[in-house]
Design a protein around this ligand. Structure first.
Ligand code: ZN
Length: 97
């Protein structure tokens, strides 16, 4: 297995995970904002350290989002119900920072 080879996160799937999971939050209005981003711009879009094979990425899935506000200024993605995936956290960037 090469260093770039990542196994699909679906339990029991032996295939290579060639597709990365992530979550995105987009601006969905036209009013002025403190962050200066326009409609459809992403406020944040962290990737998880979780990969899917082509079959599982394209075969259909049900995704359950549980949004837990924590005032940390960061977004952390946890993947539950698959192989163990370390939570991945990134700082939320604000305009000018
Ligand atoms: Zn798979």
């Amino acid at each position: 297995m090469s260093p770039d080879h990542r196994q699909c996160v679906i339990p029991g799937c032996p295939r290579e995970g060639r597709n990365k999971l992530g979550v995105r939050c987009r601006v969905w209005h036209d009013q002025p904002t403190a962050h200066g981003k326009g409609k459809t711009a992403a406020l944040w879009a962290p990737d998880a350290d979780a990969f899917l094979c082509d079959e599982h990425a394209l075969g259909g899935a049900t995704i359950t989002l549980l949004y837990e506000p924590d005032s940390s200024g960061r977004t952390t993605v946890r993947v539950i119900g698959a192989r163990h995936v370390e939570p991945r956290s990134v700082q939320i960037k604000e305009r000018g920072s």
